[in-house]
Design a protein around this ligand. Structure first.
Ligand code: SF4
Ligand code: SF4
Length: 201
């Protein structure tokens, strides 16, 4: 019958409208602005409203979510940032849209190259978030970030990410990609142990 589908749709909408209030009473303040409440509303069994009230609330992203790359540094004993990047240039070579530019550091006395970036720039408007740079980096120095809130009104000023903006601590990396970090650390430990065994024999 004509219009039956529309009526059924409206019935679903009205049901969700009333169930929102019932669920609000059941859950109280926990329903909004909490990790638990967001998880509940993302569940297929949820009743009532299931939308996320962005930007006050944000959907959790999976570990493998990729946005803009960042450069990992480790903090030294004196608080200095030790970049993992050796400025080898592999990431810039494999980047499909060629949006990475690297300038290698040089020794001010000898002029010889130092395995550390003097400049590292990523044009985030060209980056297509493919993750190839992170896949190919032999030093686990570049990783894909979860931060997707990068909109701004001034492209030239804000969208060419330089070292100061790209550098993030290894602790940050471990916090957004715990399984990846754990696997890499275990692989490094196993490699170091195998090397020690070889040297001892
Ligand atoms: S991020 Fe990795 S691949 Fe890119 S230049 Fe640095 S060490 Fe090489
Ligand atoms: S994510 Fe892809 S497009 Fe973006 S910088 Fe890395 S390789 Fe290039």
């Amino acid at each position: 019958m004509y219009g039956l589908g529309i009526l059924k749709g409206l019935a679903v909408t009205i049901q969700h409208f009333f169930m929102t209030y019932i669920d609000d009473i059941r859950w109280g303040k926990k329903r909004y602005g909490t990790t638990e409440g967001i998880a509940h509303r993302m569940n297929s069994d949820t009743a009532g409203i299931f939308t996320i009230q962005y930007p006050e609330e944000k959907m959790p992203v999976p570990e493998e979510f990729r946005y803009i790359p960042f450069l990992v540094y480790e903090t030294g004993e004196n608080g200095e940032r030790n970049m993992r990047c050796t400025s080898c240039g592999i990431c810039a070579k494999v980047c499909p849209p060629q949006c990475i530019w690297i300038v290698r550091s040089t020794d001010p006395v000898t002029g010889k190259p130092i395995p550390s970036p003097k400049e590292f720039v990523i044009d985030v408007d060209i980056c297509m978030n493919c993750g190839m740079c992170a896949e190919y980096c032999p030093f686990d120095a570049i990783k894909m970030d979860h931060d997707y809130e990068i909109a701004s009104l001034e492209r030239m000023e804000h969208h060419a990410y330089r070292l100061d903006k790209l550098a993030k601590s290894v602790e940050y990396y471990a916090s957004i990609r715990p399984a990846n970090y754990k696997a890499e650390e275990e692989a490094k430990a196993a490699k170091a142990a195998a090397k020690l065994t070889t040297q001892a024999t």
